[in-house]
Write a protein that binds this ligand. Sequence first.
Ligand code: ACO
Length: 334
Amino acid sequence: MGKGARIVLPEGTEERTLRAADEVIALNLAHILLIGNKEIIGKQAQLLGLKHIAKAEIIDPIENPLKMQLAVELVELRKSKGLQLNEALRLLEDPLYLGVMLIKAGIADGEVAGANNATGDVLRPAFQIVKTQPGFSAVSGAFIMVMKDKQYGDNGVMIFADCAVNPDPTVQELAEIAVASAQTAKAIAGIEPRVAMLSFSTKGSARHAKADKVIEATRMALQMSPDLLIDGELQADAAIVAMVGQKKAPGSPIAGKANVLVFPSLETGNIAYKLVQRLAGAEAIGPVLQGMAAPINDLSRGCSVDDIVNLVAITANQANALKMNSITNEKVII
Ligand code: ACO
């Protein structure tokens, strides 16, 4: 589990975040770093009757003894974009920039934010500063879908991606989304990935440039990760229904039993996960951001305390999985 990972919560004065931090500490899921004014956090914690917050490390974005050191580092990272020291000092008063700089400086291992901030505002500093893992050019967002109907995926557990970030992925990005989603399946959902690259066509049933893009991305994903169990292009029914898979894609290693669904665009992925969540009553956990050099995950602004606790636990697991990968010097290979 995620024990020992240091997770920074930039929205440290926000009520749900504080309650979640208290629970994470009580359950020993991760070390917590809260960004915010010490006095305000202390008063809030007292008011809410939180018993464990005293064990969190609090970093004030204004009175921050690390500010100058981090600003110099930030200028170095963004000098190609013309960033000056005074602007860097100002950016570091923004908890979302400070959070990712704490990761960059090795003070935190991961971040969870978004209870009070829009997706783009959480992602932009992460993309600019933490950047992608070696072997990846694009970050993407996966959902762990827990179906009521246990015949799908692995006992009802499936991964859907990209549902959160790349509006119109290139072939290369689509291939990366497949490889990254397989990593997420293994490291976070604990299932052996069987990846379907989805389309409106199965094995040439329709001829269109959009289907060709999916075929090309499947080929590229296999080059990136030769042992990956993957196939495409496949329609959704051929991917998840055994009888349809056998008929439309005979001999496929995964047709009819896929547990990782890679969608051809953000429109399709985002719409699909929301429909499955609402119409089929599936639980949608995420988005889990994948392909980033360190785990940073975005909350919905409508999130509950439990959502935050779950995402902190997932982020801590991702941090530990990344550490293991770098210790064993594994690449992106599944
Ligand atoms: N992976 C890695 N880096 C990226 C990515 C990506 N997918 N996209 C942009 N970047 C980097 C750029 O390279 C750039 O880095 P640089 O400054 O070092 O050159 C930096 O991020 C900013 O790039 P912009 O192109 O200016 O990015 P912008 O700020 O316009 O957009 C964003 C990035 C916000 C993530 C955009 O892609 C977006 O809005 N995506 C959709 C998010 C969304 O609304 N999702 C649906 C809701 S979420 C849900 O329902 C679960």
